[in-house]
Design a protein around this ligand. Sequence first.
Ligand SMILES: [Fe+2]
Length: 330
Amino acid sequence: MPRLGHETTEINVSASVAQLSAIADADVVPLAGRIGVEVRGIRLSGDLPQQVHDQINRLLLKHKLLIFRGQDQLDDAAQESFGRRFGGLSAHPTIGAIDGTTSVLELDTRLEGERAAGQGAGRADQWHTDITFVDAYPKITILRALVVPAAGGDTVWSNTAAAYAHLRPELKLLADSLWAVHSNAYDYAAVRPHATTDDKQVYNATFTKTVYETEHPLVRVHPETGERTLVLGNFAQRFLGLSKGDSQKLHDLFQSHITAPENTVRWRWQPGDVAVWDNRATQHYAVNDYGDQHRVVRRVTVAGEVPVSVDGRSSVIRSRYDKPKVGRAA
Ligand SMILES: [Fe+2]
């Protein structure tokens, strides 16, 4: 029965291709109840079969954070190639990218000078969503660990869709109506009271050399999942129409729901780990508990969409200006 044999062979080939190009359920390991999975058995690159890439995107939309271990094959170019499968890459608007790359930003705790100052000497120990001081902030961040402390230096993520979903109805209504101004010109001295004068000057010359102020709804509708997510974090300065005092209280209130332990997951890094998160549905915090140990990570960001509120209005940049260059104090 040669005809049947041919068909059987075809079926077998299809089955094995499907196996090679799909992620098995057993290779998706939950890290916490509401956010984060480790995905095993995948070697990240820009050349993954479309079916695998689609599956990665679906997992990302569902779990908000994906961790891939042992990705030592990735260099800057391959990390960017993988990122481009999700869309165009975007460089940091004031710090730029490492030479020879489109969007790679290095966070190195031993780096002195501009790039270190731009990220607070490489220690992002404030809850934030990446780059919310612009309107179309990145949709996805891909972070690769190169050097990690023997202990400490973990990252914590929160699920801002879960945070909204678990609000009481009365607070959802309030959140739906609020808009906040986000800026990169936050009070650096208040956040980093031990910063030196030189630290502050370098910070002013880099991270805030262009000052942005952008209005975002507190609740945005996720463009791919339709979920409502909270947009807040460290770059949010005040709520539109409210006093500084009321703004601070409401910031604390909603931020406390975002960072409730139930909505978070904490990851202990090893070199070669890669974290991919949906920047539209998460905040994160780099735990600053490792003293002067060395920590180096490199990140790639994928360009995002302008957020849209529950009533269909879009975020808007209300001001953007270059600071005048000021000479160093004598
Ligand atoms: Fe960040």
